[in-house]
Design a protein around this ligand. Sequence first.
Ligand code: ADP
Ligand code: MG
Length: 291
Amino acid sequence: MNGKAQDMQASNEPEARMAAGGGVPVGAGAMPVPGGGEGAGVVPGGAAIAGAVRSTGNVPDARTAGAAGAAKAETGSVLLSIRGASYRYADAAPGEYALKDVSHDFAGGKVYAIRGRSGAGKTTMLALISGLERCTEGSVVFDGRDLKDLNLDRYRSRDIGIVFQSYNLLPYLTVVENIILSMDISGAKIADKKAEALRLMRSVGLKDAYADRKVLRISGGEQQRVAIARSLSYNPKMIVADEPTGNLDKETEADILDILRRLAHEEGKCVIIVTHSPNVCDMADEVFDLQ
Ligand SMILES: Nc1ncnc2c1ncn2[C@@H]1O[C@H](COP(=O)(O)OP(=O)(O)O)[C@@H](O)[C@H]1O
Ligand SMILES: [Mg+2]
């Protein structure tokens, strides 16, 4: 089996890119490089085929807590569609695909788990969804617009929030500075950024006392809360997370999953989580199996 150490290595890669000032927007474009340190060599010729979908029936019906939730959410309408998407690396053998002919619709107000063995193409799928990579064949359509027609930097820094297994915060900045930096990159018009950052912190269960603490001095679970707050800083309609609870203990995992579920069910966001964790699959409204 592929170990956690390798997964961590894979998702540390964007951290290195950000630290090196690679021009990747914080909380936005940084995405683990598909297969980085994880898939390669594990599944030779690993071609992923279109996944099977299981609905867990977790979506509360007629939910949407009143008009406010419904207005924000447009719960149930398709936000992102993957249509016949395939991806193959330039150096892949003929016929070898990292992702092969995947189609699926993702709606607001729901939590999706993408599940599959190591090398199945999960990170590749998230990279296509987040616009870090372009499909070799097929398309990804967000809010009615094909990603190939969009400015992807803008898409990543405004329309979609990204959460990583290893948090990928800037450790020498404070909690509030990490969140405000992401607001600045997005160009979102926010009158009082510090007040908004504090509001976001509270929404993920972080006390105000943490605001001016350097990120390297808080726990992993707290860092993941900050990372979620950061991903919400420009109020995206969609949150994607690559193994967001992979480094956390069970109790902290439950807290983080609660936050993600609330974002979908109460705020109408489309939440997509790549995972190995049965707990994530259990709480998801829909499980998409990449085989
Ligand atoms: N840079 C690359 N060059 C060639 N093949 C790659 C590269 N990165 C990943 N792959 C292959 O693509 C497949 C999917 O990788 P990935 O999306 O990282 O899977 P997962 O996240 O499910 O573990 C794997 O078979 C992997 O070996
Ligand atoms: Mg992966």
